[in-house]
Structure formats: structure tokens, C-alpha cells
Write a protein that binds this ligand. Sequence first.
Ligand SMILES: Nc1nc2c(ncn2[C@@H]2O[C@H](COP(=O)(O)OP(=O)(O)O)[C@@H](O)[C@H]2O)c(=O)[nH]1
Ligand SMILES: [Mg+2]
Length: 454
Amino acid sequence: MQDTIAAISTPNAPGGIGIVRISGKDAIKTADKVFRSVSGKALSSLPGYRALYGSVWDGEEKIDEAVALVYKGPKSYTGEDVAELSCHGGLYVTRRLLRAVLKAGASPAGPGEFTRRAFENGKLSLTQAEAVMDVIGASSRQAANAAQTMLDGALYRQIKGVCGRLITLTGHLSAWADYPEEDIPQVEADSLLTSLLEGKEELSALLSSYDKGKLIREGISTAIVGKPNVGKSTLMNLLAGCEKSIVTDIAGTTRDVVEESVLVGDVVLRLADTAGIRQTEDKVEQAGVALARKRMEQADLVLAVFDGSSPLSPEDRELAELVKDRPAIAVVNKSDLPGCLELEQLKLYSKHIVVISAKNTDGIDALSGTISQLFALGQLEDSGAVLANERQYHCTLRASQALEEAVSALQSGFTLDAVDISIEGAVEALLELTGERVTDAVVDQVFSHFCVGK
Ligand SMILES: Nc1nc2c(ncn2[C@@H]2O[C@H](COP(=O)(O)OP(=O)(O)O)[C@@H](O)[C@H]2O)c(=O)[nH]1
Ligand SMILES: [Mg+2]
């Protein structure tokens, strides 16, 4: 059917091992053209799941030592015959090997083409294929867990369940409408309504998991704000584990937004250290203050920093007031100095107050504990299926809206035909979600985000 494709599947960087993967009906034959085993055996003489040691060649020139692995379709990642040639992970060596493989007849694989073939050969659902990318991109334990759960098929199974029940319903409704003369019992409006509401509830739960899933995958965008010299940049550097931001005792040092992703406990924070918020005549600083305010408005989490060694100032109160109804933590810094700030006053604005010393790292564990608590990310691990991207979210939303239409059609006394049409709309959206009924354009879109070699 399709070409035999090949790509380097390991990162584009020097490493211990570099792998060139070949997939397609001529994969093993192609590998045999560049690989010579020590034992003299040909790869095409092997059953699946076998390896041979030998060397890889570009014509009569030896490229490197190598181990060749053979998988026979359909028992392979792509569902086709696959050969993997592992050599030393040098940039030149792996590229040279790929070139030799292409010369031997393979075509270069496009982004995600191996996984796309796995999807097209029924090895993976579309949601599982998407999970492959999330597993690769995960930067925290929770993100990796969420992606693994998806790769296991938790979302697929849940959607299949809802979809299967809806298909049974519409089958019944259509049969009843199309063959009135047959003795098909009429669908009871009550039990129909119950089924529709149950389906809708399940979809709603999934929809509401989306935001949390997104925080886990992409990290929590976090703005560190406060007036000048309270220790924002010192906190940034402490969390980042390196000198990202310039720290001085001169107010107005930080002007640009300084960014860094850090792992705090189990969550990724996308930190932004900002200019101290104050009235100033300095134009550059004014621009920095405007940026700081914007970041504060857009952030998932605000770390509002106060200097614990001086009393709460009018600017502090203004800031506390601004973030009062936001996910925010009041960070009272400089606990190593004698305290002047009345925590009681701050409590009027903020439920979450953590006292730290960014200088000697006191209170940092409490800060990370409060962050986990605030986002309750811990709970997500056991809940199974989560929607992982906009595509999945919109399919689920469409299905949920279609069910809502079905419910209101039923309740306002429309014919069962009309109800059926809405249920079919929901089924269609869910089949698009799992990839069972999906246009090429959607599939192209999904795989365009993949890396070459996966
Ligand atoms: N004693 C003490 N000084 C601190 C602490 N954190 C920051 N500083 C000092 O406060 C000054 C301003 O710090 P910086 O991080 O630049 O504040 P920013 O303007 O809010 O970014 C510097 O001299 C820091 O060394 C702390 O926890 N304790
Ligand atoms: Mg600063």
C-alpha cells in the first residue's frame, strides 16, 4: 500500500545510541541492504522480535557497528514490518546511516508518520496517538501520568462507553420510527431522558477536567509581582535554581519580564519575574510596570510578594486588593529580618499567606505545598480520563451540546425523530474525537504537531 519510510528516531544531538527506524512492506529488505550481521544471517530470515549484531554500510564503506531489530507486522508499533538500526549516537553517523537507508529505497518519513500509520492500521485510537506526543513532551510526573493514562486508552474507553450507549439509543429510535408496522416497543420517554442526562453528565465531567489537565501539561503561568525591592527576583532565582534575574538593592532593577519554567514539587510553574509596581517618571521602568500588570492579569497564579521587615504600605494594600479574588499567594519575604508587617492585616485580603526568606530559603517547602493545595492537582492522578487538547475539548463540547438539544427537544414534546437527530449529532462528534470517523484534514492537523521519527 504505502511507501517504506525511514527517519532518525533519536534526538538530533550526540548521544550513546542513535536509531534509524524503517517501516513499511520493504522495511526489512531495505535494512538488509545496509546491514551485515556478524553471523552472516540476513534480517529477512528472522521471525519478529529478533535482533542481530553487525555493522551498517554505505556501499563498500563501513559506517558503524550496529544492532538491528526486526518486528513483523502487524505486531509492531506501526502495524507494518519495522526494522530499527541502532548505531552510536553521533550526529554524523546517524545522518549518514539514514542517507544510506534512503539510498537503499526508503522515503523520508514525515512528522509523526510512524504514529499516523499506527493509527491508520488500527493500532492506536486518535486520542492515544495524541497521547504519544504528550508522553514525549511531559515535563513533570503529573503530566507524564496524565499522558500515560491517555496512552492506556482511558479516555478512549470512556468515550467509547458513552458513544456505544448513544448508538444503541439512536438504533432503537430509528427502528421504531422507520418500521412503525413492526412490533418494536416504543422508547419510554422517561428512560430516554435518564440515558441522555447520564451521557451529558459524563461529558460535562470530562469538560471540566480540561482546564486542570492543561495546567498539568503546560504548567501554571505564574507572575511574581510586588513593589520594588521586596525580593521578587531573589525568589525567582531561588525557584529557578540559578541567577536568572539581576538582584540589587536598587529599586527598579528588573524591567523586562524574566521567564523560566521550574518544577516545584509535582507541578511545573512557568514563572515570570516582573518589574516592581510603583509610580515612576522613568519611561523604561513605566513600560516594565505596564508589562507587570498585564502578566498579573493573565496569570493562572500570582505570587504577590511583600517585605515582612517593613509595615504594609499603601502600594502593598493596593496590590493585595488587586489580587484578592484571584488564585494568589501572599508571600511575606525576608523572615530572617525582624518582622514589622502585621500578618493580621494581610489576612483581610488573602487566604493563602506564606512567610519565607528568599535569602536563606526558609519557608520554600510551605510555599510549594500551598501551590499544590491551591491547584489540587494531586486529585487528578486517580481520576483517569482527561481531555488533552483543544480538538478533544471541542468534540466533547459539541457532543455535550447535541445531547442538551436532545434533552430539550424531548422535554418540549418534539417528535422522537427530532430527538434522534440530535443524538446522532452527539455520536458523530464522539466518533470524531476517537478518530473512528474523522476527515483527513483533522488527521493531518493532529500529526502536524509531531516530530519526525515518532
Ligand atoms: N534579608 C533579606 N534580604 C533579601 C531577601 N530577599 C531579597 N533580599 C534583598 O532585597 C533586595 C532586593 O531584592 P530583589 O530580589 O532585587 O527585589 P525585587 O526588586 O523585588 O526584585 C536585595 O538587596 C536582596 O538581597 C530576604 O529574604 N532577606
Ligand atoms: Mg527584581
